[in-house]
Write a protein that binds this ligand. Structure first.
Ligand SMILES: *Cc1c(COP(=O)(O)O)cnc(C)c1O
Length: 224
């Protein structure tokens, strides 16, 4: 067994009550692990590394919805553009433009989430509020309109890796506040529906603060 079916079923139950989706994070795990959850009916899987994803994807059923949740380098977008379902980690306009370019080449629309930096750790990637304001308010409409093959579906964030629940909760609250702030703006190629926050260690807090998509790895597939 490569996966924990009990945890999977319990988490699915919790998410159903919260009206949230599950992305099963399978990075570093073998295709057999993905297969096990697939056979239970699961279709949404998340990967962090382009090379690992492009190696796994052809070996698995084509109706899997692949979420790219890692840090994406501009020069690697082309490898995942033909099939990726949702890119969670967009952290610059430059990257957004490259995704649009590759989406056009592949004659499709690619859905994305903007990653927001909410944690205290300097190392975590993402945009801050002033950068989001710049994208969404400051003459952004024209710029966004040109991204014809992009659909911005919402925001993603990672809280601090900490036992301090108050800290983690306040970071999720902040992300939810930003989500609500931009969700109401009428912007081209943008429709806020997805707030991706919460992992194995903090998904319950994230759900309580309004997450509707959690990314869970170790609870499903064991520690990495
Ligand atoms: C690895 C990873 C996860 C899953 O982490 P777990 O703690 O194993 O649930 C979720 N989101 C991102 C961005 C990750 O890199």
């Amino acid at each position: 067994m490569y996966s924990n079916k009990k945890n999977y079923e319990r988490i699915c139950d919790e998410l159903k009550k919260a009206n949230a989706q599950l992305v099963a994070v399978s990075k570093t795990k073998p295709v057999q692990a993905i297969r096990e959850l697939y056979d239970l009916g699961h279709r949404d899987f998340g990967e962090n590394y382009v090379q690992e994803l492009t190696e796994k994807q052809p070996q698995l059923p084509q109706d899997i919805r692949w979420h790219f949740i890692g840090h994406l380098q501009t020069n690697k977008v082309k490898y995942i553009a033909p099939f990726v379902h949702l890119i969670h980690g967009i952290d610059s306009l430059k990257l957004l433009k490259e995704v649009n370019k590759q989406a056009i080449k592949n004659n499709r629309t690619i859905s994305v989430l903007l990653q927001v930096h909410i944690a205290q750790e300097e190392t975590k990637f993402g945009l801050d509020e002033s950068e989001l304001d710049q994208l969404f308010y400051t003459g952004a409409t024209d710029e966004l309109r040109q991204l014809s093959n992009i659909q911005i579906e919402g925001l993603m964030g990672m809280a601090s890796f900490s036992d301090n629940e108050d800290l983690v909760r306040s970071e999720f609250k902040k992300l939810k506040r930003l989500f609500d702030k931009y969700a109401s703006l009428p912007l081209p190629n943008t429709k806020f529906t997805t707030l991706s926050m919460g992992m194995s260690g903090d998904y319950r807090l994230a759900l309580a603060e309004g997450s509707n998509l959690v990314r869970i790895g170790s609870l499903l597939f064991g520690n990495r």
